[in-house]
Design a protein around this ligand. Structure first.
Ligand SMILES: Nc1ncnc2c1ncn2[C@@H]1O[C@H](COP(=O)(O)OP(=O)(O)OP(=O)(O)O)[C@@H](O)[C@H]1O
Ligand SMILES: [Mg+2]
Length: 273
């Protein structure tokens, strides 16, 4: 079995806090996994380690079978591996003043000679691929609009189209639906599911809301205070279990309509930071 992501005892300390504490996870190629946790639990920090945006304090990380970080250092091969990792942020990471299609074409810069990428000169074939990617996420009609003119949901779709032209084998999505209304959130999660099932991308998506984890991801890894407190089927995440794992912070993980009556604050773990 091939693993897309493996972390071994991954820890990260910032000046005043332990953001990750010996996190060991294994994600197989082709899985779609939710990363769940209340605010400050370490979701973004974990995701940002995988493409090497952040270096660890200790531990090791393998991505697509290659060790990309060990003992707090990036390995030389991390850049090559990063080219196969697409990243979608909560705050839509598009260049606002550029047309949508150019934002998508940026996903091909890894395969573009430097002199072409310097002037953002893309071939007809590359433009065609970008248009196809926009069509497959359902916003081809917006290709020539400025990115800033798109709705939040459309911007997330454009970011996912960029992952497609990048030929990303892994998509890391950091709270991609946090700024979206319920309908736009649903569409983005369905699209992530399609990228997982049809394009065979491994997806690791951080979420605040357990309902989305249960509906769209077979497996959930839950963090609290930088530690893995649950790794298993999303369907087993009942309100009672979440209250046990998160205590008084459990309410953050439910939509208001699904909020547990009174989460028992018994096993509340104090935040590490
Ligand atoms: N660059 C940084 N410098 C100092 N502390 C940081 C830095 N980045 C993250 N932290 C701290 O690490 C902890 C984990 O942060 P992280 O952003 O990973 O949490 P999160 O689960 O993504 O939270 P949220 O749901 O609010 O996005 C927090 O206490 C945060 O303040
Ligand atoms: Mg975060």
């Amino acid at each position: 079995m091939a693993f897309a992501v493996v972390t071994r005892e991954l820890s990260k300390s910032f000046a005043h806090c332990q953001a990750l504490d010996k996190v060991s996870i294994q994600i197989e190629e082709g899985e779609m996994v939710a990363l769940l946790g209340a605010s400050g639990s370490g979701k973004s920090t974990l995701l940002r380690h995988l493409p090497g945006f952040v270096t660890s304090s200790s531990g090791e990380i393998d991505v697509l079978g290659q060790t990309v970080q060990a003992k707090g250092k990036l390995m030389p091969q991390f850049k090559q591996v990063r080219s196969r990792v697409g990243f979608v942020f909560q705050q839509f990471n598009l260049v606002n003043r550029l047309p949508v299609i150019t934002n998508v074409l940026i996903g091909q810069l890894y395969e573009t000679p430097w002199w072409r990428s310097l002037f953002m000169r893309f071939t007809v074939e590359q433009r065609q691929k970008a248009l196809e990617a926009l069509a497959s996420v359902g916003i081809e009609q917006a290709a020539w609009q400025r990115a800033s003119s798109l709705s939040g949901g459309q911007q997330q779709r454009a970011a996912l189209a960029r992952c497609l032209v990048q030929k990303a084998k892994i998509i890391l999505a950091d709270e991609p639906i946090a700024s979206l209304d319920p309908e736009a959130s649903r569409k983005v999660m369905v699209l992530l599911q399609q990228l997982n099932q049809e394009h065979k991308c491994t997806v690791l998506v951080s979420l605040h809301q357990v309902e989305f984890a249960i509906r769209y991801c077979a497996r959930t890894i839950a963090l609290n205070a930088g530690r893995v407190v649950y790794d298993g089927p999303s369907s087993d995440l009942t309100p009672d279990l979440l209250a046990e794992l998160y205590g008084s912070s459990a309410h953050e993980l439910f939509n208001s309509h699904a909020q547990p009556e009174s989460p028992s604050a018994t096993h509340s773990q104090s935040r590490a930071c």
